[in-house]
Design a binder for this molecule. Structure first.
Ligand SMILES: Cc1cc2nc3c(=O)[nH]c(=O)nc-3n(C[C@H](O)[C@H](O)[C@H](O)COP(=O)(O)OP(=O)(O)OC[C@H]3O[C@@H](n4cnc5c(N)ncnc54)[C@H](O)[C@@H]3O)c2cc1C
Ligand SMILES: NC(=O)c1ccc[n+]([C@@H]2O[C@H](COP(=O)([O-])OP(=O)(O)OC[C@H]3O[C@@H](n4cnc5c(N)ncnc54)[C@H](O)[C@@H]3O)[C@@H](O)[C@H]2O)c1
Length: 487
């Protein structure tokens, strides 16, 4: 490729990673083109975070209405009009698009945008073929093609839906079997249950939310049980789906036994492979592995002129990480630099009821890395919070994991109201390298859910003080706390 021939940086994908990459590369002076096969916004705006969060908000409103009578409010308990809710969901996706004005923003920054351009595919290392025989040449490329819901092959699999099909449902199914109990599956199970559907949640893994701290898995599973969601973990796999009257019959294995359940809908949430196939990566010399594009810490693929960011790398499939990676890949592509990065402190969570969240090492991982005796752990129940009692939401707990030698926070894992917001405080403390004593000292606002992080930190400080040879004896841990529960 000769200088002046084509764009300095071509970005494939108009989701969070691609849009950030294009803006950053342009900011650094490159000529930039962005190709999106469909609508700008990616899974995040169109099919994932935004519409899912709308359903979670509606579920929250329905749940809050259950407290009306307790708080002296008179009114009928609402029923869901699912079709209307899905209209609202589409409306909000549109409003978020309108708010962001992604195309105008890219274009005013000087990015050439090819939207609804069909699948881009490499025809040689520096050329992309777009639908309609158009060609696009680039010196460097940033692959931000995201991922898609995995489909598993079994007889009758065509009767199963994915989360993308939920947006066009005609009405609320009376019963749903959600297969896959990680972030997507748990959120879907939670909202369907909140609207009154009978929900069965199945997973081959021994526990739901298998990537989270064990306390989070247990806390959410128990809470789901209290809400009538049947959690079926450790299944041997799905065998087939058959039509049975107006319903579906799902056959699955549990140990040596074949089992079945009848349900109106089956939704698969069994994984999220990268969108690699259509890209014809071989033509660019880019290696794909197990459905993703592997990258080094500088986000470089196996071809030195091609970078990748976001879900397509299979590293950390979250919006905040996709945007970080998009910016970094663009810098390395535009500047020819080699700056590396590994995700370490990534607060994340799910908008289930109750919410869950985590950041840093799980307790098990921390004990593996720092030794059994190297960690101090406190678990504070939400019931200790006055705010939990005030709002009638005492369910959940906050676990804080701290290194005994450095006194730094290694991880925080929360189940309970506003958990995804609360965890950000622990993340900030981790990023600042704050000793747990400083976190314990913060005069956090009362009465808030976030103050649970302070309670956990103070519990650990007391424990560490007790344990140190020069430590002073403050008496029973927790005795000097204003917020506590006798239970
Ligand atoms: C149900 C659900 C809920 C989620 N909720 C959250 C949440 O609450 N918080 C959070 O942080 N994350 C959430 N996620 C994850 C989040 O959506 C992703 O991590 C994020 O969208 C990744 O951004 P990306 O830019 O890498 O990919 P995407 O957002 O998927 O964007 C990739 C884009 O590339 C385009 N593309 C693909 N192939 C081609 C091609 N060959 N040519 C041209 N264009 C192409 C696609 O059309 C797409 O627009 C959720 C995911 C799901 C499925
Ligand atoms: N709130 C959020 O931030 C949010 C929400 C949704 C998704 N995401 C992100 O999107 C990515 C994909 O998440 P996901 O939940 O869709 O997929 P996942 O790959 O994280 O989990 C898939 C689940 O399906 C199970 N599974 C696999 N095969 C199965 C089978 N044959 N039968 C039964 N169970 C099976 C796995 O054990 C696992 O629990 C994740 O990285 C996640 O972080 C984030």
């Amino acid at each position: 490729m000769t200088p002046g021939d084509g764009y300095g940086v071509v970005v494939i994908g108009g989701g969070p990673a691609g849009v950030t990459a294009a803006l950053r590369a342009r900011e650094l002076g490159s000529s930039v083109a962005l190709v999106e096969r469909g609508n700008l916004g990616g899974t995040c705006t169109n099919d994932g975070c935004v519409p899912t969060r709308v359903l979670a908000h509606a579920a929250r409103l329905a749940r809050d209405a259950e407290q009306f009578a307790d708080y002296g409010l008179i009114g009928e308990a609402p029923r869901v009009d699912f079709a209307r809710l899905l209209n609202r969901t589409q409306r909000i996706v549109y409003e978020v698009q309108e708010k962001k004005q992604i195309k105008a923003r890219l274009e005013s920054a000087g990015v050439r945008v090819f939207e609804r351009a069909g699948e881009a595919r490499f025809s040689d290392p520096h050329t992309l073929a777009l639908d309609g025989a158009q060609e696009l040449r680039g010196e460097k490329f940033v692959l931000c093609a995201g991922g898609r819901a995995r489909r598993i092959g079994f007889p009758g699999g065509e009767h199963a839906l994915t989360h993308s099909d939920v947006w066009t449902m005609k009405g609320l199914p009376s019963s749903v079997a959600v297969v896959g109990a990680a972030a997507t599956g748990c959120q879907l199970a939670s909202v369907f249950a909140a609207f009154g559907a009978r929900v069965r949640l199945l997973d081959v893994a021994p526990r739901i939310l298998g990537g989270e701290d064990e306390a989070v898995s247990r806390g959410v599973a128990e809470a789901f049980g209290r809400r009538g969601i049947e959690v079926l973990t450790g299944i041997g796999g799905i065998e087939r789906i058959e039509k049975a009257g107006g319903n579906l019959r799902l056959f699955y294995r549990q140990g040596d036994e074949g089992r079945e359940l009848d349900t109106e809908a089956v939704v698969l949430a069994v994984g999220w492979p990268g969108n690699v196939q259509a890209l014809n990566l071989d033509a660019a010399g880019v290696r794909a592995e197990r459905g993703y594009v592997p990258v080094d810490d500088a986000l470089r693929t196996s071809a030195p002129h091609v970078f990748a960011a976001g879900d397509v790398t299979g590293r950390m499939m979250l919006v905040q990480s996709a945007t970080y990676e998009g910016a970094l890949a663009a810098e390395n592509a535009a500047l020819g630099s080699d700056r590396g990065y590994r995700h370490a402190i990534v607060p994340h969570g799910g908008f289930t009821d109750p919410e869950y969240a985590g950041v840093g090492l799980t307790e098990d991982r921390a004990r593996e890395e720092f030794g059994e005796a190297g960690c101090a752990v406190a678990v504070v129940p939400y019931a200790d919070l006055d705010r939990g009692v005030i709002d009638g939401l005492p369910e959940g707990s906050c676990k804080l994991v701290v290194s005994r030698s450095t006194r730094r926070v290694l991880g925080a894992h929360i189940v309970g109201e506003q958990a995804v917001e609360v965890v950000q405080l622990a993340a900030a403390a981790m990023r600042a390298g704050m000793p747990v004593e400083q976190l314990a000292d913060l005069e956090l606002a009362y009465p808030t859910f976030t103050s649970i992080v302070g309670l956990a930190a103070r519990r650990i400080v007391r424990e560490l003080d007790h344990a140190s040879p020069e430590g002073r004896d403050f008496g029973h841990p927790g005795a000097a706390e204003w917020e506590h529960s006798a239970g």
